[in-house]
Design a protein around this ligand. Structure first.
Ligand SMILES: C[S@@+](CC[C@H](N)C(=O)[O-])C[C@H]1O[C@@H](n2cnc3c(N)ncnc32)[C@H](O)[C@@H]1O
Length: 158
């Protein structure tokens, strides 16, 4: 009998690795107004280079990656953006998640073969990359709601 989907284990092989100037989590900007300007590279396995064909046409990319230096998870998370109250892990970007998957949007600066030069890294050097996709947003800004993040940012501005 097929196992229930929520009881299976999925094994993924990273497509590459992040080369970032951040060696420790303390070096990565956090909290309200944090800006991610760090530049580095996304280095793909050489045999996957053809998968980058036509990527130069996109200004920004989604990068899916693994919080490989994170252990365990909290269903309810205390986050640097809001020191007043905790939030559900799925309402947050906490690294301590049941499946430690990170999602970042980076600016594509250039490409040399299987290596992408990017800006906007918020991950550590050596972070395994699971996938890369072009960033396309079709949601008009007036339709976007930012939940508790908006409230926390407004409080800090006051
Ligand atoms: C708040 S998370 C957000 C990451 C991503 N933008 C997301 O939304 O999934 C970013 C933090 O994760 C931590 N971090 C970055 N790379 C990591 C890694 N490879 N393993 C564990 N923690 C990491 C750092 O503390 C960093 O400030």
């Amino acid at each position: 009998m097929e196992p229930k989907p929520t009881e299976t284990t999925i094994t993924l092989r990273p497509i590459g690795v992040v080369r970032s100037p951040h060696r420790e989590t303390s070096e990565i900007p956090k909290g309200p107004g944090a800006k991610h300007r760090a530049e580095g590279t996304l280095e793909l396995r050489p045999e996957l280079e053809d998968g980058l064909r036509d990527i130069e046409g996109f200004s920004h990319l989604f990068v899916l990656w693994v919080f490989h230096r994170s252990e365990g998870f909290d269903v309810v998370a205390h986050v640097p953006l809001d020191d007043r109250r905790p939030h559900g892990v799925f309402s947050s970007r906490s690294p301590r998640r049941p499946n430690p998957i990170g999602l970042s949007v980076v600016e594509l600066l250039g490409r040399e073969g299987p290596v992408l030069r990017v800006r906007g890294l918020d991950m550590l050097d050596g972070t395994p990359i699971l996938d890369i996709k072009p960033y396309l947003s079709s949601i008009p800004s007036e339709k976007l709601r930012r939940g508790w993040v908006e409230e926390a940012e407004a409080r800090k501005r006051r």
